[in-house]
Design a protein. Sequence first.
Length: 582
Amino acid sequence: MLFEVWAPRAREVTLQLNGRPLPMRPAPGGEGWWEAEADAEPGARYGFALDGGEVLPDPRGRALPDGPDGLSAVVDPSRFPWRHSWRGRELAGAVIYELHVGTFTEAGTFDAAAQHLPHLAELGITHVQLMPVSPFPGRHGWGYDGVAPWAVHEPYGGPEGLARFVDAAHEHGLGVVLDVVHNHLGPSGNRLPAFGPYFTERHHTPWGAAVNLDGPESDQVRAYFVGSALAFLRDYRLDGLRLDAVHALADDRAEHVLAELSTAVDALAEAERRPMFLIAESDRNDPRTVAPRENHGHGLHAQWNDDFHHALHCAVTAESQGYYGDFARAPIAALAKALTCGFFHDGGYSSFRGRRHGRPLDRSTVRAHQLVGYAQTHDQVGNRALGDRLAALLGPARLAPVAALVLCGPFTPMLFMGEEWGATTPWQYFTDHQDPALAAAVRDGRRREFATHGWTAAEVPDPQERATRDRSCLDWNEPVREPAKAALLEWHRRLIAIRHRHLPPDLRLDAVRCDFDETARWLVLHNGPLTVAANLASEPGLLPLGPGPFATLAASHTEERPDPPDGSLSLPPHAAQVLLRT
């Protein structure tokens, strides 16, 4: 097989294969590439030594069996024993379920997670979104400090485990989306700078020097991350990628790296004859993220909508700290604007940022499914001091209208694992750094961060304690032993079924409108053929529906579900009703 590595500053490069040194030669194409041919079977350990230095793992290695500080292992994706054919699932019409492999089950592996795929299929989920699976130090962590963007974390099951999980998902008709991090690498175990100018001091991010996307020799750096994305989509038969914090991709070139990536993914989808998509996480509220490339956009297929989350969270919790302050002054109005305009911040002033923020979306062209809407995510739960979920803050009885607005709202809905039954297990920030100094810095930094919000050091969980991870594992017996949670699970199941049956997958934003009353705390969402009436108050409400007739599809407060008369609907506190205009 051919071994290749990009090392433009090296004078000589040696391949170490199963302990045997083999000199490498400059590749014919130049540009700093080195190559060598050698016989090697899957599992063979190898690495590269530059100018007589230590042997380092392959930056494009697909497996690190001994962790980020060990050697790479040969992986041949063509040998994955696929059992099921797969022609893909479109993003339009999707219902996404975000899960973290390491805490979805106590075992924390791909194989253990696959045992619960029937639950997701029966719930009505269409796509499972895995949080990052690239290798990181230790066994347990969120995965956003990965150091090998082409590889798969060995404690989860490595490359073969990921392939088995994807194959099992396809057996149940589920697509798979992978969260990938291209904006930085972890603070420990990152060997890329030894090989070449992967990072630059021209730009800085919250994690330090930025990835070199626009400086000298950046062509190969861009190709490194684009190639990683394509390899996961192609070799693991994934349906899409979620791109972490794309606002941190500092790129001043004429063609942004996101446009280059979306071009490559669209070409791969055409070649593979199955749909593939990219979902961005961005805090810029910039329509260019999803605008077509021919209109000078980046051509991504969707983006997360934090404005919807923040408005919904404020409306049901009354929290106003940090970025919630922009939404807390009039949360029902903010929620109505986010639902109908896509963004709440669309060029207006943000007190949190101290400036104007965002730009408006073109409601006549943007499809509602191009925004992903959610009430909870790993970020919004895990970045709280105690990792407390909405169910712990509000109780299951108050979550019915939240679920109705997410699952029967205009955006592509996403649930965070366990949300469907109102899981009360926390999801906390946990790490397993092997460097004691780094572990102490992370622990102390988190405690300092939350001290400014009134938390004492003893109250903030230690990320390095094994118990912090263990507390974050789902308790799959909750909906079995608690009737209220079983009822909430059934409510989610019914709402998803309504969405699949009645909502067009390509609804435009201008087909969405809202009526609301800030004082009475109710909102009526008209989303294409569906009307969602949500009473978020602690008192009964009388909600105007407009001209009917309406047929009730689901109601959180009664099994009888009477069809309302024209004009208005009476709802008890914290209740929701989903109706179809007939």
